[in-house]
Design a protein around this ligand. Sequence first.
Ligand code: TYM
Length: 327
Amino acid sequence: MRIFSGIQPSGEIHIGNYLGALKQWLQLQEKNECVFCIVDLHSITVPYQTSTFKKRILEKAITYLAVGLDPKKTIIFVQSQVPEHTELSWLLSTVTSIGDLLRMTQYKEKSKKYKKQINAGLLNYPILMAADILLYQTEAVPVGKDQAQHIELTREIGRRFNQKFGQTFKIPKTFLPKKGAKIMSLTEPEKKMSKTDSPQSCIFLFEKPKMIRKKIITAQTDSGKEIKYNPSSKPGISNLLTIYSIFSDIPIAKIEKEFKGKGYKIFKEKLAELLIEKLEPFRRKKKELENQQALLEKILEDGKKRAQIIASQTMKKVRKNMGLGKI
Ligand code: TYM
């Protein structure tokens, strides 16, 4: 199967990104043709710092490698280096309805957050995402739950294009992980954990042990002291239980039993230790990679070339079917 997914270079990667996306990517790279992108053009729809932007992109490449993505098995590249993404995005905008874009949850949230700077890019964001995916004749897109609506729209855009201009794109499926599709914020457990919220609300993938401990111990929990999974009445502890369960590979019911009558403090201390242990290999690998700029550049250059071969084939077909191209 051809797989495509991406992460924005905004903010630091947290365990939500890992459990929702990266962990699935790692499994999928073993038996599929995977294309994993650093989607820098998506990040410029909100205010960002130009002077540190390249560094942020490089950090994401380090993250991909540190968790175990293997450039021999997968294509790893930076979106803006393959201009076919933006070309296709424009072409797809002609089969996308404004009504569909206006009802996207992410657009509604971001336009509230950046009230004074709502640009057309923020609204058109899902069209670029559709272009990313359709360009590679993608069959499945592994993401967290928050992106499912965008992939649904991608499917709709792809179908509409095929109807209007003839069979051009494969229509991709959404792959959500069984557990961890929506990891919640540590400080406001009714909201998803997000790179662009306060650092207190996230555990970053390369977080120092001291900070992991501090953040988990102070994580928002619910009234009562029972360790019980119930997302509607106990969102805080349920989120921590989910995290514990995935990282330890122990079912939630068994964890509840183990901590019966022990209270939040003991549970949180154990969870902090577990996270420190499980995230340690990532921190170590990141350190190794940080001094290997030449290797990183080579991997991204190679990824770009490989991505472009697929992208240019699709674009040839798109231009032909739309009646564009050489006169
Ligand atoms: P981004 O950069 O916000 O997030 C990257 C991935 O992490 C998942 N994720 C989560 N999963 C579980 N719990 C959470 N709290 C959580 N927060 C984030 C996201 O679902 C995503 O899989 N628009 C996309 C990037 C993108 C893309 C694409 C993805 C651009 N083009 C094409 C797939 C295919 C985004 O902003 O992801």
